[in-house]
Design a protein around this ligand. Structure first.
Ligand code: MN
Ligand code: MN
Length: 468
């Protein structure tokens, strides 16, 4: 299905991909969506995504690179990046030094993290204090069911994993908002101000311990946590507890065209980037998928895309596919010859909010993977801009493999903007372009994507790593 049909005219067309789809393609699309939803529901945090990805990879014969002395064509290896990022490779028959094909997504999503001293009580209710992570509209996080996911490390180094709010009979957690009857002053405020960050406090308990404790409601929560997870209040300082929406991924529409879920950004690209790598057996070029953390706050930390730990793995790939020695110049040349899709989501044109988008330079829901030559803000600030010849090469691969694609910018020029990991990867020297699934309500607790975009994005990623 080629989308740039010229039909005797010189003008480009970017059709809706559900329009005229064959029954077989629709079946394949619906079935890929089922697998994605199942994976997403058990992978809401970066740690969970890494754990489940490693499990899937090991089932297919992937091994941790730590245990490897030499790599040959067909070998499958991975490295966990602090358990919050992951990098995986399938070794190709061509020398790695001639360049590798890379897909790179991020697996962190906007959420509420617990503060280091999170538990308090007020007016006979126990609460968690949170600090939001990434760009959110704070008011969207009130009055929805919330789940707790994460890990607390005690001084003995033991990890205490906590997941509450996902099973049907689990309790959920909740942030209150003001009733409209008394909300007139609140409603007159700007949306960025009417729910301050310090109001994102989560209700976690309301039955006190018996006795004479100073704070019996807080004490009851601490007792529950100690009985069930063996932790005490001070352990939270070494905690990584994330508050995420408790909702599961659900089909949307009478025809089930869409999926609503928490964390499509960027797991709706990370999942097909992982799956297209796992589908490789004997590629000609070495294929790599990178799943990074901390993108939503600038790709910092040792698990973010700016960390050298991802680079270390690529250095090991070069050394272990050769004679085991490492040569920096050879490495730099390998990276310069490498090609990457930065597989991150972008906005889809929303007719209700058409004023923020240039309709002639916008991606549309169900029109396929969105190729973005550049992202950034204002005068293209902060962007990786892909070179024209690299864009042409990608378009050539997609067209040759009948992969429909579209293009567009993230909104009007002065309406805002955003970044991805592409700039950091380009800095290493490789050719990079952003290409991902268009999203409605991006960064909301429950985002919307089209199943047909997910499916053709998977085919696009596969075509890229197999053919470029
Ligand atoms: Mn993203
Ligand atoms: Mn984002």
């Amino acid at each position: 299905m080629a989308n740039k049909k010229n039909k005797g005219s010189l003008q480009a067309e970017y059709p809706n991909l559900y329009d005229g789809i064959s029954a077989d393609d629709l079946d394949a699309c619906m079935s890929f969506a089922e697998d994605y939803k199942a994976f997403l529901d058990i992978s809401k945090t970066e740690r969970e995504f890494v754990k489940n990805s490693i499990e899937a990879a090991e089932d297919l014969g992937f091994k941790s690179i730590d245990k490897i002395k030499k790599l040959k064509a067909g070998d499958k290896v991975y490295a966990s990046i602090k358990d919050k990022g992951l990098i995986l490779a399938v070794i190709g028959s061509q020398p790695t030094s001639e360049g590798i094909n890379i897909l790179g997504a991020h697996i962190d999503s906007p959420r509420l993290d617990l503060k280091p001293n999170p538990i308090y009580e007020e007016n006979e209710t126990a609460y968690f204090k949170t600090h939001y992570y990434g760009g959110i509209k704070k008011y969207q996080w009130t009055t929805i069911p919330l789940a707790i996911h994460g890990v607390v490390f005690s001084k003995d180094g033991k990890a205490h994993e906590i997941v509450i709010g996902e099973k049907d009979d689990d309790p959920v957690f909740y942030i209150t908002d003001l009733l409209p009857h008394l909300g007139s002053e609140q409603m007159a405020k700007k949306a960025s101000e009417f729910i301050p960050g310090e109001h994102l406090n989560v209700v976690i308990g309301g039955i006190p311990v018996k006795g004479k404790e100073k704070e019996p409601y807080k004490e009851a929560v601490l007792k529950f946590l100690n009985d069930n997870y063996g932790i005490v209040e001070k352990d939270f300082v070494a905690g990584e507890i994330e508050i995420v929406p408790a909702m599961k991924a659900r089909d949307v529409g009478f025809d089930r065209a869409y999926i609503a879920a928490y964390g499509h950004d960027d797991k709706v690209c990370a999942y097909p980037a992982l799956m297209s790598l796992l589908a490789q057996e004997r590629p000609s070029k070495t294929c790599v998928t990178i799943l990074t953390d901390k993108e939503e706050i600038g790709s910092y930390a040792n698990s973010g895309a700016q960390s050298v730990l991802y680079e270390n793995f690529l250095m090991e790939l070069l050394a272990l596919t050769g004679d085991g020695s490492f040569d920096m110049l050879k490495f730099r040349k390998m990276i310069a010859a490498s090609k990457m899709l930065s597989t991150d989501v972008s906005n889809a044109f929303d007719p209700k909010y058409s004023s923020v988008s240039d309709s002639r330079n916008s991606a549309y829901m169900s029109h396929g993977i969105k190729l973005e030559k550049y992202v950034g803000a204002r005068g293209k600030s902060g962007t990786n801009e892909a070179t024209g010849d690299f864009v042409a090469e990608i378009v050539g691969i997609f067209d040759k493999n009948s992969i429909p694609w579209q293009t567009g910018e993230l909104g009007k020029i002065d309406a805002g903007g955003g970044g991805t990991i592409s700039a950091y990867m380009a800095k290493m020297g490789m050719n990079v372009i952003d290409a991902g699934v268009p999203v409605w309500s991006m960064h909301a607790p429950y985002e919307l994507i089209s199943k047909i975009d997910l499916y053709y994005t998977y085919l696009a990623y596969k075509a890229f790593i197999e053919n470029i």
